[in-house]
Design a protein around this ligand. Sequence first.
Ligand code: NAP
Length: 506
Amino acid sequence: MSSFLPFSTGTRLPPCQIVIFGATGDLTARKLIPAVVDNARLQAFPMPVQVIGVARTAQDTETFRNQLQAWLNPEQRAVWAEFAPNIHYFSIGSGTPQDYADLKQELEDLAGPAAPECGRLFYLALAPALFAPTVEKLAAHSMLVDDQLRVDAWRRVVIEKPFGTDLGTAQWLNLTLRKYLREDQIYRIDHYLGKETVQNLLSFRFQNAIFEPLWNRQHIESVEISVCETLGMESGRAGYYDTSGALRDMVANHMLQLLCLTAMEAPGSLDADSVRGEKFKVLSALESFRDSQDVWDNVVRGQYVSTPNLKGYSEEQGVPPRSQTETYVAIRARIHNWRWNGVPFFLRTGKRLNRRFSEIVVHFRVPPVDLFSGPLAADVCRLRPNSLTLKIQPQEGMQLSFLVKQPGAKPIMRQATLGFDYKDLFAGDTTPAYQRLLLDATMGQATLFIRGDEAEAAWRFCDSVRAGWQDPEAPPPFTYPAGSDGPLQAADLFRGCEGTWSAGHE
Ligand SMILES: NC(=O)c1ccc[n+]([C@@H]2O[C@H](COP(=O)([O-])OP(=O)(O)OC[C@H]3O[C@@H](n4cnc5c(N)ncnc54)[C@H](OP(=O)(O)O)[C@@H]3O)[C@@H](O)[C@H]2O)c1
């Protein structure tokens, strides 16, 4: 038996237990435990915290603690001896009713005298098929019941991604969760929302008055959102990836969240329902593709093939031969509302590309009259002179491009930029996404988590893409050489607009 040990965590609120299901897995070791230790180290938790790792593996707490240590950085290791006694392990065995009854008792025992007021965050770092059954078992033992009118003894559940695999499965999962939990107890995670630059999109747009008047169809020609990776299949991931593909792995969550934050109206406040309500309106206005032809005209899917130095997708370990799974997708999306009607949103994501970067580029319209036109100016003026790039990774920052005249008698225009990098202005690294999100979940702040209706609306759009791909007449994925910038056909999506895909930044 053990109660909450003194540690440099806050004591302003009643204590909380973070119960991680999937405690022996990759996510727990690489992200969750380091995030908890960093929050404790920085005294970010406003309450004393215990962590209880749960998995089927039979092992004791000491072994669990020793395994976790290997994943910590030197700063985290420096406080480990002090924090480790707050970490415990419970083997759930085969998950029988008795196992869950024992878990409930164990949590009460570990909380000790604080048990009646102790909040509990159940973090499901489990395979998606286990989300619903685990919630059902917790509910069967009255472990999810909380009192809305009390600030303590709360119960919340964090659900990892992917949240379903299509609209039907997401609806079913929402229905199942809502049998046992109120919406405000459900925290659907998309770790992109925990990234500093992604949150800064909101402050950039709504705390600065200079861009908002331009942020609409009158002044913006197109918006480009890219999440490009150089990695192919990480070991052991092909099994999951081949059933998912780039559309479901990246577009249904991260990329549509970026689109929402770029396109949404100003919320009334930063509370969870205001922000998520505005995001939901964008997703509701995002046009699903009408039919197969609409998909083939506006979506390019691709798969990387081998080069002398790099394997193709189909040669990667664990990928079924002749797999048609897309490792690249580019979409010309439409938002049917007053602000954005007629402005294409170009989304692109892929694996084994030549550069790793994530960014949003807002392309402004060309000036109505080109006073400097002439043979030498034309090449530059024909391109969009003004764009705003919001850099998400690897560097975080912003860049505004504009034209200046080269000194001399000839009207030669050159592209110039005004730039800002977070690392130059703010010393130290930005807070890792899981650190921020875990803290928010313990504090009951759901703004950076996805609401059930958002998840369903995102799948509705992605399902319309997949319907076009499943048509027997659909062309197979285009191919692109591993290490290139994707299928050439993706450039065709820019028809009617100036320029093509951004080359990105390092
Ligand atoms: N890894 C990442 O970087 C990452 C990133 C984004 C999202 N996610 C999501 O996070 C979730 C976990 O991913 P992961 O990579 O950590 O998976 P993983 O390495 O395969 O770990 C799965 C964990 O679940 C435990 N487990 C299996 N059945 C269980 C049961 N019935 N009750 C309790 N525990 C059980 C396993 O331990 P035992 O065998 O000991 O039970 C193991 O600890 C997935 O939904 C994934 O999509 C992961």
